[in-house]
Design a protein around this ligand. Structure first.
Ligand code: ADP
Ligand code: MG
Length: 258
C-alpha cells in the first residue's frame, strides 16, 4: 500500500471528484499483457465512449472497473471507493455499477417482470411489492411496460436488450457500463436500444460505453477514448477523436469502419 493521497479510501464522493478513476491499470492473462497502463477519469454525468479494434482490451477495461477481472496492477476507484483495495466489499461495489453486455443474459424461464424483480429481492432484499414497483417504473422507462408478463423468447433482440438495461437500472446504479450492447442485434433493432441509452445520458447517468456505433459516439459521448494494444492512444471530444484524429492508428481504425 502506497501512501499517496489517491489511495485514501472513502465511501463518499467528493464534490468534483471523478465517479470512475483508473490509475496505472495493468492486466495480464498469463504472458499476454492486455492492459498496459490505463489512466482514465470519468466525471459524474459524463458519457465516455470507448472505441478501438477487436482485442485492444476494451472489454477487459470495463470488466476491471467492476472487478469481473482482477487487475494485475493499478487502481480503480468508483465514487471515491477504491475497488481494487483487497479489503473492499466487492458485492457492495458491484451494486453501484450496472453492466450491460452484448448478450442479454435474461433468465428464459422467468417473465420480464420476474427478471427485474429477482436481483432486487436477492441482492437488495427489497420486498415483493417494492421490487415490482421499481420493475414497472423501469420497464416504462425503456418503453416496454406492455411486455411485463412476456417471456424473453417472445421478444426481439432489441427488446431483450432493453429489458437487460431496465434490469440493471432497477438496481439503482451510480454508473452504467455497456459492452457493445448493440453488436448482437439485427441492424433494424439497434436504434431503439441506442435511443434508450441516449435517454439515460440525457437523464445524467454516468456511462462508459464500448461501441462501434460512431454516430452514437459522435452525438452522445462527452468524450471518446480510442484504445489499441492495451493503451489509450488518444482521447478527447468526439469531433476531435472521430472527426479529426491526431494519431495514425486512430485514422486507420476509423477508415476501416466506413
Ligand atoms: P476487446 O474487447 O477490445 O475486443 P478484450 O478485452 O476482450 O478486447 O481482449 C483483449 C485481449 O485479452 C485479447 O487478446 C483476448 O484474447 C484476451 N483475453 C480477454 N479475456 C481473456 C481471458 N479471460 N483469458 C485469457 N485471455 C483473455
Ligand atoms: Mg470486447
Amino acid at each position: 500500500m502506497t501512501t499517496n493521497a489517491e489511495t485514501t479510501t472513502s465511501t463518499e464522493t467528493t464534490a468534483g471528484a471523478p465517479e470512475i478513476r483508473v490509475r496505472g491499470l495493468h492486466k495480464s492473462f498469463g504472458d499476454n499483457e492486455v492492459l498496459r497502463g490505463i489512466d482514465l477519469d470519468i466525471r459524474q454525468g459524463e458519457v465516455v465512449c470507448v472505441i478501438g479494434p477487436s482485442g485492444s482490451g476494451k472489454s477487459t477495461l470495463l470488466r476491471c472497473v467492476n472487478l469481473l477481472e482482477e487487475p494485475t496492477r493499478g487502481q480503480v476507484f468508483v465514487g471515491g471507493t477504491e475497488v481494487t483495495d483487497p479489503d473492499v466489499n466487492i458485492d457492495a461495489v458491484r451494486r453501484r455499477i450496472g453492466m450491460v453486455f452484448q448478450q442479454f443474459n435474461l433468465f428464459p424461464h422467468l417473465t420480464v417482470t420476474e427478471n427485474l424483480t429477482l436481483p432486487q429481492r436477492r441482492v437488495l432484499k427489497r420486498d415483493k411489492a417494492e421490487a415490482a414497483r421499481v420493475a414497472a417504473e423501469n420497464l416504462q422507462r425503456v418503453g416496454l411496460a406492455e411486455k411485463a408478463a412476456a417471456y424473453p423468447s417472445s421478444l426481439s433482440g432489441g427488446q431483450q436488450q432493453r429489458v437487460a438495461i431496465a434490469r440493471a437500472l432497477a438496481m439503482g446504479p451510480e454508473v452504467m457500463l455497456f459492452d457493445e450492447p448493440t453488436s448482437a442485434l439485427d441492424p433494424e433493432l439497434v436504434g431503439d436500444v441506442l435511443a434508450v441509452m441516449r435517454m439515460l445520458a440525457d437523464d445524467g447517468m454516468t456511462m462508459m460505453v464500448v461501441t462501434h456505433e460512431m454516430t452514437f459516439a459522435r452525438e452522445v459521448a462527452d468524450r471518446v477514448v480510442f484504445m489499441d494494444g492495451g493503451v489509450i492512444v488518444e482521447e478527447g471530444a468526439p469531433e476531435q477523436v472521430i472527426g479529426a484524429p491526431s494519431h495514425e492508428r486512430t485514422r486507420h481504425f476509423l477508415s476501416r469502419l466506413l
